[in-house]
Design a protein around this ligand. Structure first.
Ligand code: AMP
Ligand code: ZN
Length: 464
C-alpha cells in the first residue's frame, strides 16, 4: 500500500488512483534558457523515484513533463524579462535556438542520471491555442480583468485561493514581492502579457523591445503567463482531475497555487488529487541560481570525479522532504560508497532469497511505499550486502526503484592461476576439517600470491 505525503492536506495518506492500476503523473519541467543546476536535478530525481515506485507497485504510469520555453519571467512574477529572451541575448542566438539547445542538454542530464523518460514532453510554445482557449474560458466565467499590459486572473474571485500553501490571502500577499502595476491584488497574476508594440511593458531591459516569441490572441499580440501552460497542458494530456502533480517546494506558494486557481476556476473540479513537493538542495556558499552563471551542473561534478549516478546515490541517501546540504566531501563519500556497492554486487544468483515474498523484499517494498523512504531502502540493501544474504537477481530487482545502474556494472572475471587454485582447494579441505591454523597459513600463502580470500556462506570468495 503506497503512502504519500500530500501537500494539499499536509498529511501522509494512502494513494488511491482515479482508475484502478493506473497513475497519471504531471511534473513541472525545466525553463530551458540555461543548463539545469544540480538543485533542479534533485527535483527530477525525486520525481523519478516516485515514478519507479509506482511502476514497481505495478501501476501503469502516464507521465507528462512540460518544457517551459516561453513566458517564465526573471522575477518569477509578472514584471521581469522573459528568461528565454534574456538567454538569447546572453548567447547571441535566437530564443528558439536557446530553447532547443537547453532542452537537449536537459534530456541528456536525465539520461545520465538514469531518469526514466516521460511519455510526453509538451512545449509551451506548441500549445498556445490551448492556453488561449483556457484564458477565454476564465474570461467568460468572470475570473479575469484587463490592464494596459495584459489579462490578469482575479484571485479575489476564489474563496479558497492559496489553499495549497495553507496560507491566508493576506499572508500570500505579504509574501508576494511583486510590482503591483495595475493589478488589483498582489496575488493576481498574468494570464496573457501583451508585447510592447501592443502597449505592454518593454520586455527587454536593453536592446530591441521586439520580442522573438509572440502570438496573436483575442487581446492582442503577446505571450502566455508562466502558470497557464501547466494548467492547459496537464489537463490536455491527463484529464481533470488527474492523480499526482509534482515539483520543488518553491512551487507551492505561487506556481502551483496559481495552477490550482486557474484550473479549478475553469473546470469547476480539482486539478490533481495528490501534490508532492521535493525539498531543496542547499548549497551554502555555492550560489545555485540558473540566472547566475556560477552554478553547479552535472558536467562540473564530472570534472571533479563525481559521476552522475554517484550524485543520484547521494540524493537517495536523504528523504526527498528533507533539505539536503551540498558539500564536496559528502559527494566524494557518495562516489566511494557507490563504487563499494558496485564491488559488492553478488556475482551469482546462488542465494536462496526469492525475489518476491522474501522478508527482505517485503521490507524493501514497505520502505519505498512509506512516502518513498529511499534512505531506509538503501540501509536494507547495505545490511543484506554486508551479511551476504542477497542474490544478484534480488539486488537488480531493487535497482528498478533505486536506478543506480547496477545491471550495467561489469564484473571482471579474474583469472586465478593453477597454483592459487590449488591453495584454495587445500584451504577448503582444512576448513572442513576445522583445522584453522592450516587454513590461516594457506590464507597467508594466497595473499602472498597477490589474492585475497573472504569466507562467505557461499564458500571462499577470491579477489585480486
Ligand atoms: P526551473 O527550471 O527553474 O523552473 O526549476 C526546475 C525545478 O527545480 C523546479 O521543480 C524547482 O522547484 C526545482 N528547484 C529549483 N531550485 C532547486 C534546489 N536548489 N533544490 C531542489 N530543487 C530545486
Ligand atoms: Zn508547472
Amino acid at each position: 500500500m503506497l503512502q504519500l505525503f500530500n501537500t494539499l492536506i499536509r498529511k501522509t495518506e494512502e494513494f488511491v488512483p482515479l482508475k484502478k492500476g493506473r497513475a497519471g503523473l504531471y511534473t513541472c519541467g525545466p525553463t530551458v534558457y540555461n543548463y539545469a543546476h544540480i538543485g533542479n536535478l534533485r527535483a527530477y530525481v525525486f520525481e523519478d523515484v516516485l515514478k519507479r515506485v509506482l511502476l514497481y507497485d505495478k501501476y501503469k504510469v502516464k507521465h507528462v513533463m512540460n518544457i517551459t520555453d516561453v513566458g517564465h519571467l526573471t522575477d518569477d512574477g509578472d514584471a521581469g524579462e522573459d528568461k528565454m529572451e534574456k538567454g538569447a541575448r546572453r548567447e547571441g542566438k535566437t530564443a528558439w535556438e536557446i530553447a532547443k539547445f537547453y532542452e537537449n542538454a536537459f534530456k541528456n542530464d536525465l539520461k545520465n542520471l538514469n531518469i526514466l523518460p516521460a511519455d510526453k514532453y509538451p512545449r509551451a510554445t506548441e500549445h498556445i491555442k490551448n492556453q488561449i482557449a483556457l484564458i477565454k474560458k476564465l474570461e467568460a466565467k468572470g475570473f479575469t480583468y484587463r490592464t494596459s499590459d495584459g489579462v490578469y486572473f482575479d484571485t479575489s474571485k476564489l474563496s479558497d485561493y492559496g489553499k495549497l500553501a495553507l496560507l491566508g490571502k493576506q499572508e500570500l500577499m505579504a509574501g508576494a514581492r511583486v510590482e503591483m502595476g495595475e493589478k488589483k491584488h498582489a496575488t493576481d497574476f498574468a494570464l496573457w502579457k501583451l508585447s510592447a508594440s501592443q502597449g505592454g511593458h518593454p520586455e527587454l531591459v536593453s536592446g530591441s523591445p521586439k520580442r522573438q516569441m509572440e502570438w496573436p490572441s483575442p487581446w492582442g499580440i503577446g505571450f502566455p503567463g508562466w502558470h497557464i501552460e501547466c494548467s492547459a497542458m496537464s489537463v490536455k494530456y491527463l484529464g481533470q482531475p488527474f492523480d499526482i502533480h509534482c515539483g520543488g517546494v518553491d512551487h507551492i506558494p505561487v506556481h502551483h497555487t496559481n495552477e490550482i486557481a486557474q484550473s479549478e476556476a475553469a473546470g469547476g473540479k480539482p486539478l490533481a488529487n495528490y501534490w508532492l513537493h521535493g525539498e531543496f538542495l542547499i548549497t551554502g556558499t555555492e550560489k545555485m541560481a540558473k540566472s547566475e552563471n556560477n552554478f553547479l551542473t552535472l558536467a562540473k561534478l564530472k570534472e571533479k570525479g563525481i559521476s552522475p549516478l554517484a550524485y543520484r546515490y547521494f540524493l537517495l541517501q536523504t528523504h526527498y522532504r528533507k533539505q539536503l546540504n551540498f558539500s564536496w566531501e559528502a559527494l566524494s563519500a557518495a562516489q566511494k560508497g557507490l563504487e563499494h556497492l558496485y564491488d559488492l554486487i553478488p556475482v551469482s544468483n546462488s542465494h536462496p532469497e526469492l525475489v518476491s515474498g522474501s522478508p527482505l523484499a517485503q521490507r524493501f517494498q514497505e520502505a519505498i511505499n512509506n512516502d518513498l523512504d529511499t534512505p531506509a531502502a538503501l540501509a536494507l540493501v547495505w545490511d543484506a550486502l554486508r551479511a551476504k544474504t542477497i542474490s544478484k537477481k534480488q539486488l537488480l530487482d531493487f535497482d528498478k526503484v533505486l536506478g543506480l545502474g547496477l545491471n550495467k556494472v561489469k564484473k571482471e572475471k579474474i583469472k586465478i592461476p593453477a597454483e592459487v587454485q590449488k591453495l584454495i582447494k587445500e584451504r577448503e579441505t582444512a576448513r572442513t576439517a576445522k583445522n584453522w591454523a592450516e587454513s590461516d597459513r594457506l590464507r597467508r600463502e594466497i595473499e602472498a600470491a597477490g589474492f585475497t580470500v573472504e569466507d562467505t556462506p557461499d564458500g571462499q570468495k577470491v579477489r585480486k
